[in-house]
Design a protein around this ligand. Sequence first.
Ligand code: APR
Ligand code: PHB
Length: 389
Amino acid sequence: MRTQVAIIGGGPAGLLLSQLLNLAGVETVVIERKSRDYVLSRIRAGVLEWGTVELLRQARAGDRMDREGILHGGCLMSDGDRVFRIDFHQGAGRPVMVYGQTEVTRDLYAAQDALGATILHECEDVALHDLDGEAPFVTLTRHGQPLRVDCAYVAGCDGFHGVSRPAIPASVRREFEKVYPFGWLGVLSATPPVSDELIYARHDRGFALASMRSPVLSRYYIQVPLTDRVEDWPDDRFWAELKRRLPADVAARLVTGPAIEKSIAPLRSFVCEPMRWGRLFLCGDAAHIVPPTGAKGLNLAASDVHYLSRALIAACTRGDLAGIDRYSAEALARVWKAMRFSWQLTMLLHRFPDHSPYERGMQEAELDWLRNSPIARAALAENYTGLPF
Ligand code: APR
Ligand code: PHB
């Protein structure tokens, strides 16, 4: 099989890239390890920056998002019972869109189907070859049959545990990592959200987040020790702990119900440099991981896709290689800024087991500054709604 761009991974990054390339007349083959149903069963964050919203529209995958997504003009922050609001319009002149990542992925699959795109699911033993030469290729096994895909470029969109990043020689690769000493326990429930806007709650017992997917579907998180398991958190215990961490008046109106999904995710910051090696380009979680505070994961994948799609379209349709030479530096400049924001929000809102009273004092001072300074809130709004790309 031959194509122009082989895309490893059919998550949101791989599908969005494929969609933008196909719309510009560039041929792709998406190579995904799992089944489509499996990919669509993963639950991730649900806040889209304005740039991501526009990119999905440009990719002709934004119609349902525009119908069913919820525009949010601000979010709330609390510290115990003290609450203040970050106004996104006032601070940054734009809102965010609350729309689940699972739905984004579903819409991208539908858009790819409408274009007749080639997506190979259930691919095993995926291996990348001759990435530093003129004619790279990908080998894999599918339904027991070996397959070879020859291409001009390979896009590594296969997430944190994929094969693309390790294909960059260790002598070239630099990795930067910070692991946080706690996880997030997330619950999805068929209950009306407790608040019209997201609540980021700092509390002495640990961080909590009240989020949503729709007017009848809520998503809540609490910070838990990494040693905890999902079985340690029956629904009653989860709701009781969440109530303690939310402001009392909010907790009083919380509607609880059975958890539809419950999982614990560790928190990590990770960057791999460079994001290009020869004819391989890393994109999305394959190159970087952010902690979920601030919901930057999917949005960073989207900005990578923006830079990479533009670069590959120029290379494949006009022989213009300037964009692909620029890709790594251009994408990384934005990646590090989103890293900084996710790290800052994580450090501000969580209870760290090793924090001294001094560091707790720093958190309180920063929250007090945000509460009282329109400039501080505007800076947060600028980052939360998404730096330009
Ligand atoms: N071969 C083929 N596909 C692979 C391989 C492999 N060896 N390894 C992983 N994959 C697939 C995974 O099954 C997954 O569907 O690559 C896809 C990567 O998707 P994501 O992990 O969702 O990463 P990405 O598309 O970069 O999305 C970035 O979306 O999923 C979230 O947490 C993620 O928020 C982040 C954002
Ligand atoms: C979510 O709705 O899952 C969500 C929202 C905001 C975050 C993280 C997760 O910062």
